[in-house]
Write a protein that binds this ligand. Structure first.
Ligand SMILES: Cc1cc2nc3c(=O)[nH]c(=O)nc-3n(C[C@H](O)[C@H](O)[C@H](O)COP(=O)(O)OP(=O)(O)OC[C@H]3O[C@@H](n4cnc5c(N)ncnc54)[C@H](O)[C@@H]3O)c2cc1C
Length: 367
């Protein structure tokens, strides 16, 4: 049970990780306060929502972390759905990765986890696929979640139901420490007023912006532009994951098309003709007839990237300041395991050897 006169644990950043961890901690009886500069700039509201450790061709420890998180997704989502009384749109739709040569297919990092598709089978799984693709891998275990329209909102509602307190529109401008112990933050409200908020513990979840308030973190933004097109229901059964382009069909026929990868853009927001035409060409290279469908929306966001593309998890160099950031292009996939690892660590719940080894592998100072 929460101790009432104790200062709440602070969650710095109310994007996907911030909400996932706030939810986890509130369920475990912690008093939690989320400090969020802008919910709408969160990559959690931008992502395509693929749960794709295999289709993304992840390798090594990151593949292992992704596979463990994927296994936990269904229980994690059920919990959020039950606390929010909302659906999150989780679907094990399977993902098809097409190839134009046997060599490319066999050298794909996750080749052994996929079902091989010959030309006929490939066309049956993905009707209308361009003839340039000769064979494919079907990863039936991969799936998707409707993060933009459902998951983020369900998480917010579940947090509120569990008593999480939110401050929206405030920016954390400084982390305060005393003899290497976290003691609080300075925050700036929309009127520019700066106040000091005391606390013994916080989790830094500022995504791509994490380095701005904690300089030693090796995190940088990788911008991604997206668009969506509206098809009839069931126009596409599987997600199609091509080189530099993917198509994610939602239940109602909406198809999310992603995404550019623009490291040189830094934090420069906005749509660009180059980025949008890249997406258009990408659709053409996969299923040309989809370019006839009406466009619905276009948007962009920033992935939080690290030098090895893996997240930073666990205690930082400041005692009491936890890290859950740097999830790059797999944050939706990794949210389930991140919330569990950080939640258990903060609440001193015994963890398995496997969990402890994951925390070690993804420690912030591994580089
Ligand atoms: C185009 C694109 C496509 C993607 N597709 C997928 C996908 O298909 N599958 C997948 O698994 N992942 C995908 N991702 C990755 C995923 O979205 C991210 O890894 C994940 O959202 C990161 O979560 P986060 O909470 O760390 O950051 P965010 O969700 O970005 O949240 C960070 C929050 O911190 C706040 N903040 C920042 N600085 C401060 C401050 N100083 N004070 C207060 N608040 C602050 C911001 O306002 C923001 O709300 C995609 C990302 C992008 C951009």
């Amino acid at each position: 049970m929460a101790v009432l006169n104790e200062k709440p644990l602070l969650i710095l950043g109310g994007g996907l990780m911030g909400l996932a961890i706030a939810h986890e901690l509130a369920q475990r009886g912690k008093r939690v306060e989320v400090l969020s500069r802008s919910r709408l700039e969160a990559a959690g509201f931008v992502a395509a929502g693929m749960l794709a450790p295999h289709a993304e061709g992840l390798e090594g420890d990151l593949l292992n972390l992704g596979q463990i998180s994927l296994q936990r997704h269904s229980a994690w989502i059920k919990n959020i759905e039950s606390n929010s009384n909302m659906s999150c749109g989780l679907k094990t739709s399977g993902i098809v990765v097409p190839f134009d040569s046997q060599t490319d297919c066999e050298s794909y990092p996750t080749y052994k986890y996929g079902e091989k598709l010959n030309t006929n089978e490939l066309r049956k799984e993905v009707p209308g696929l361009s003839l340039k693709w000769k064979l494919g891998l079907l990863f039936k275990q991969d799936g998707q979640i409707d993060n933009r329209r459902l998951l983020m909102r369900a998480l917010e509602k579940a947090c509120v139901e569990l008593g999480v307190h939110f401050q929206e529109g405030v920016e954390v401008v400084e982390i305060i420490q005393d003899l290497n112990k976290f003691t609080g933050v300075k925050i700036k409200d929309i009127n520019g007023n700066i106040t000091h908020l005391e606390s013994k513990e916080a989790v830094l979840c500022c995504g791509a912006w994490s380095k701005q308030i904690f300089k030693e973190l090796p995190i940088f933004p990788v911008k991604g532009q997206m668009l969506s097109i509206q098809g009839p229901k069931q126009i596409l059964k599987r997600i199609v994951f091509g080189p530099g382009i993917y198509l994610v069909p939602r239940e109602d026929g909406l198809i999310i098309v992603g995404a550019t990868s623009e490291i040189e853009a830094g934090f420069q927001g906005g749509l660009t003709p180059k980025g949008q035409s890249e997406l258009q060409k990408g659709i053409e290279s996969l299923i040309p007839e989809l370019n006839q469908l009406p466009h619905m929306e276009r948007w962009w966001g920033f992935r939080p990237c690290t030098p090895d593309e893996g997240p930073l998890l666990g205690m930082s160099s400041i005692n009491g300041l936890w890290l859950a950031t740097g999830h790059y292009r797999n944050g939706v996939l990794l949210a389930a395991i991140t919330a569990e690892l950080i939640g258990k660590s903060i609440c001193s719940i015994p963890i398995t050897n496997e969990e402890s080894s994951l925390l070690f592998k993804f420690r912030w100072n591994r580089f």
